[in-house]
Design a protein around this ligand. Structure first.
Ligand code: NAD
Length: 479
């Protein structure tokens, strides 16, 4: 039974999906859900494994791919698609389960899902990648595993807006006349019915979350840190979508990214990096190494062990294990990637007093803005289109009124500051910030209210399970 399993687990032996179940079981006793319902929430509802042929030069290659729908307690299901040679069923099941808990935490009304294709996007020609993406989408359509009300994919490791546009195009070709068809996938380019702010949403969400985490005086005092992000020394692993945008945006808050780790090695500079410059250097030279003014670290993983305030793993799962956890010097570990800290490593870090901000909360910015994109596609209107000018006129009237009462003229700079009707990007970022703040508040309040709770991950899982339990109760299925 879910409530008892944690007692006899060898943490070092757990697979990724077993780790997620372990965290679930650890949180279960703090929830009000009966055991039968806990079993239902934890179970993966549908697993679709497929093999299909794709032409590769003069030969044909068999491609292994998955789509897992973890929970149907809310529809559609939602979750990214990963392209990586490490993809297997266990990984996709783990990622799908994390999506269920993540959506619940940030009040995004979807069940969790995930997709994966065992392929290296770096070493596969673009035309083959396109053929694979189209065939994968077709397979999903054949089995009703994709659709605006069924299951809505998004980008993940190794995929981006290009793949999402191909998925949408394939879907619309197969379902002509489906007026809501654009909502079959999110993370599309803005020109292809995407939404402003989705590309950077996960990284932006990570920064909003960290700003909130660092805003509590008592919590920071316990860690020996100052309040706020200003001046914080940050290390980031992975300069892909999530890592790059996190590095870029956290700089605006006054934090310094002192080390960046990538596959080919890591770079260190106490003065801090500009992520855009590092990315440009990587594009030009094929590597982040030899960046002007930086020290090279040949073994990339050694960068995670450098002294810093906040460590942000933003690459892949199982990056901090029982082997390197004893050497981690960060006071806060922010899980921008999914599952970067193993349960065995977590036990070591918690003993050292490290605060771990769990993946199911801190990287939820992506699915939050995907939800906004889905809403935009279903409503067929850009956010802000109806009210922007109206707001600006109302603000202009207010300035006129103040000027007529005071007899003083506002300067051009003052007027420009006040008159600004909300654009789509303003509304998206505002909705994202509010979501990340509220969710952290819920987790922290729960953590503080339960004296036996020892970590934020268990609190986050418990908050999430309670919300899913309420959804089942509302359907009248349980108790
Ligand atoms: P990405 O493919 O855009 O970037 C990942 C980067 O990590 C790549 O540059 C890759 O070279 C690097 N990397 C891989 N292994 C590494 C290693 N051992 N050391 C250092 N760098 C390494 O992927 P992404 O979309 O940024 O996703 C990263 C993580 O964030 C994944 O765990 C993903 O599931 C999670 N995530 C992504 C999103 C999203 O919106 N893209 C949302 C939530 C969570």
């Amino acid at each position: 039974m879910a409530k008892k399993e944690t007692e006899k687990v060898d943490l070092k032996e757990l697979s990724f999906s077993q780790s997620v179940s372990y965290y679930f079981d650890k949180a279960a006793p703090f929830t009000k859900a009966p055991n039968g319902l806990l079993e239902q929430i934890k179970a993966c509802n549908s697993i679709y494994k497929m093999n299909f042929p794709v032409k590769f030069g003069s030969d044909v290659k068999v491609i292994e791919a998955y789509r897992v729908q973890h929970s149907h307690h809310r529809m559609p299901t939602k979750g990214g698609i990963r392209y990586s040679l490490h993809v297997d069923q266990d990984e996709v099941m783990a990622l799908a389960a994390l999506m269920t808990y993540k959506c619940a935490i940030v009040d995004v009304p979807f069940g969790g899902a995930k997709g994966g294709i065992k392929i290296s996007p770096r070493n596969t020609p673009p035309e083959v990648l396109e053929a694979v993406t189209r065939r994968y989408t077709t397979e999903l359509i054949k089995k009703n595993f994709i659709g605006p009300g069924l299951d809505v994919p998004a980008p993940d490791y190794g995929t981006g807006e290009k793949e999402m546009a191909i998925i949408m195009d394939t879907y619309m070709t197969m379902k002509p006349g489906d007026v809501d068809g654009y909502a079959c996938v999110t993370g599309k380019p803005v020109s292809q019915n995407g939404i402003h702010g989705r590309t950077e949403a996960t990284g932006r969400g990570v920064v909003y979350a960290l700003a909130q985490v660092c805003s509590y005086k008592d919590d920071m005092k316990k860690l020996g840190l100052e309040v706020g992000l200003d001046g914080k020394r940050v290390i980031i692993q992975g300069l892909g979508n999530v890592g790059f945008h996190t590095a870029n945006i956290i700089k605006e808050y006054g934090a310094k990214v002192i080390a960046i780790a990538e596959m080919e090695g890591a770079i260190y500079n106490e003065k801090g990096f500009d992520a855009k410059e590092v990315l440009a250097h990587r594009k030009a030279t094929g590597s982040i190494l030899n960046f002007p003014g930086a020290k090279n670290i040949k073994n990339s993983s050694h960068a995670l062990e450098l002294d810093c305030d906040i460590l942000i793993p933003a690459a892949l799962e199982k990056q901090i294990t029982e082997l390197n956890a004893p050497n981690i010097k960060a006071k806060i570990v922010a899980e921008a990637a999914n599952g970067p800290v193993t349960p065995a490593a977590e036990a070591i870090l918690l003993k050292k007093g490290v605060v771990i901000i769990p993946d199911i909360y801190i990287n939820a910015g992506g699915v939050t803005v995907s939800y906004f994109e889905w809403l935009k596609n279903l409503s067929h209107v850009r956010f802000g289109r109806m009210q922007k000018r109206f707001e600006e006129k109302a603000q202009r009237n207010m300035i006129d009124l103040v000027e007529s009462i005071t007899g003083q003229k506002a300067s051009r700079a003052q007027i420009e500051k006040v008159i600004h009707g909300a654009d789509e990007i303003d509304l998206v970022n505002s909705g994202l910030e509010d979501t990340m703040i509220k969710a952290y508040h819920d987790i922290r309040e729960f953590y503080k209210s339960e004296k036996n709770l020892k970590d934020l991950r268990t609190a986050a899982f418990a908050v999430s399970i309670n919300k899913i339990k309420d959804a089942y109760y509302a359907m009248g299925i349980f108790p």
